[in-house]
Design a protein around this ligand. Structure first.
Ligand SMILES: NC(=O)c1ccc[n+]([C@@H]2O[C@H](COP(=O)([O-])OP(=O)(O)OC[C@H]3O[C@@H](n4cnc5c(N)ncnc54)[C@H](O)[C@@H]3O)[C@@H](O)[C@H]2O)c1
Length: 360
């Protein structure tokens, strides 16, 4: 789809210029994507397909849920009959595929579930999209497919060397998606982004988990030495990156979405302690940190070049200090974890808060 295609005028009366399917739209990143699309592109119908897994929340979409150009459909990307029917009935033009099992720690204990959803589910979706002659299929992948590196920067042609079941499933799914370009010239685009943070992220991921632990007067539990570093991008910046790829990304291409902003997990914990516990004292900060057993594998860094997407005009804009301030206002009540309404969520969340070790 060309930039001009994206800006197309209204379609037939009562119709929409394009119909965009976003999978995993009740999750963290895709909910930010949907809010942006629904608000800024009223001539596009945005269809959110989500199974509503433990980490999903329709509260992420409250501001747009009554808009005429938005529709939510609960369903599973692994259900091939349902997915085929969805493409037939909804006349989808564009797919943004975010739905996945996403928590690395969990992938060590539920590896087959990750393979099923992330690989099989993606295959089902790309196959149905191809059959339905969709114009553009964006597959949202991760920098973790490269595996770790201390100093060699990865570019899009670097080999995939994933070191955990989550990253392996994302890498395998990329191969299926890419094969539709190689075999049929079906217009797929793959993105590989750094860690994303911002409001509405489920508190199993490092930033909301540390925030939640500190809000509960519990220590930030750090895997291993905590010297492993991560690059963090604010949610609205990645949304801008996906919009850029939608408008200008070339079919068959891969785009890294990275940032030079990088910090160690220990440094991250200390920044959050300063912000939430309002202390600058090193000894007081140490009291809020607990070192626990490391993951079975834990990559040190994911240094990545993003010149290709810079060439399309995208750069991250939100400074860390601004993004983290907005994020630290996050409330865990958002996910209903305190209400006792959803027993499964409460139990899983209590695990995160109360245990040390693999899920900590
Ligand atoms: N969060 C990050 O830092 C990051 C970084 C790089 C790439 N990614 C990728 O971005 C995407 C979104 O990540 P996130 O952190 O927002 O995820 P998330 O865990 O917050 O949300 C995932 C969503 O997918 C839905 N889902 C899961 N299985 C499904 C199924 N079988 N059918 C339909 N829906 C299903 C869940 O209900 C949930 O709403 C993922 O593909 C992830 O690999 C995330």
């Amino acid at each position: 789809m060309s930039a001009a295609g994206w800006e197309e005028p209204w379609g037939p009366p009562g119709g929409f210029a394009k119909r965009v399917l976003v999978t995993g739209g009740a999750g963290f990143i895709a909910s930010h994507m949907i809010v942006s699309l629904v608000e800024d592109y009223p001539n596009y119908m945005i269809i959110n397909l989500d199974k509503l897994d433990y980490c999903a929340s329709l509260k992420n979409l409250e501001t747009i849920s009554n808009k005429q150009n938005y529709k939510f459909i609960q369903g599973d990307i692994c259900d091939s009959h349902f997915v085929k029917l969805l493409f037939e009935t909804e006349k989808i033009d564009i797919v943004l595929h975010f739905a996945a099992q996403t928590h690395v720690d969990l992938s060590f204990v539920r590896a087959f579930e990750f393979t099923y959803v992330n690989v099989y589910g993606t295959h089902v979706l790309v196959s149905a999209a191809h059959e339905a002659r969709v114009e553009k299929f964006i597959y949202v992948s991760t920098d973790e497919v490269y595996g770790g590196s201390l100093d060699k920067e990865f570019d899009e042609s670097s080999p995939k060397q994933p070191t955990n079941p989550y990253a392996s499933s994302k890498a395998a799914a990329e191969c299926f998606v890419q094969s539709y370009w190689e075999r049929y010239k079906f217009p797929v685009v793959i993105t590989r982004s750094s860690n994303v943070y911002g409001p509405h992220q489920y508190p199993e991921k490092v930033i909301p988990k540390f925030i939640s632990l500190l809000q509960h007067n519990r220590k930030c539990c750090i895997h291993g030495s905590g010297l492993q570093t991560r690059n963090f991008l604010y949610a609205t910046d990645v949304v801008e990156a996906f919009l850029t790829v939608l408008k200008k990304g070339k079919p068959g291409e891969i785009y890294n979405i990275g940032t030079n902003f990088e910090m160690s997990v220990v440094q991250l914990a200390k920044e959050l302690i300063q912000l939430i516990k309002e202390t600058n004292s090193e000894s007081e900060m140490e009291n809020w940190v607990d070192y626990v057993n490391d993951r079975p594998t834990n990559d040190m860094r994911y240094p990545m070049k993003s010149e290709k997407i810079h060439g399309l005009g995208w750069r991250p804009k939100v400074p860390w200090k601004e993004g983290i301030k907005k994020t630290s206002k996050l409330s865990i009540n958002h996910f209903g974890v305190k209400s006792g309404k959803c027993k499964g969520k409460t139990t899983y969340f209590q695990n995160i808060i109360q245990t040390s070790g693999i899920l900590c």
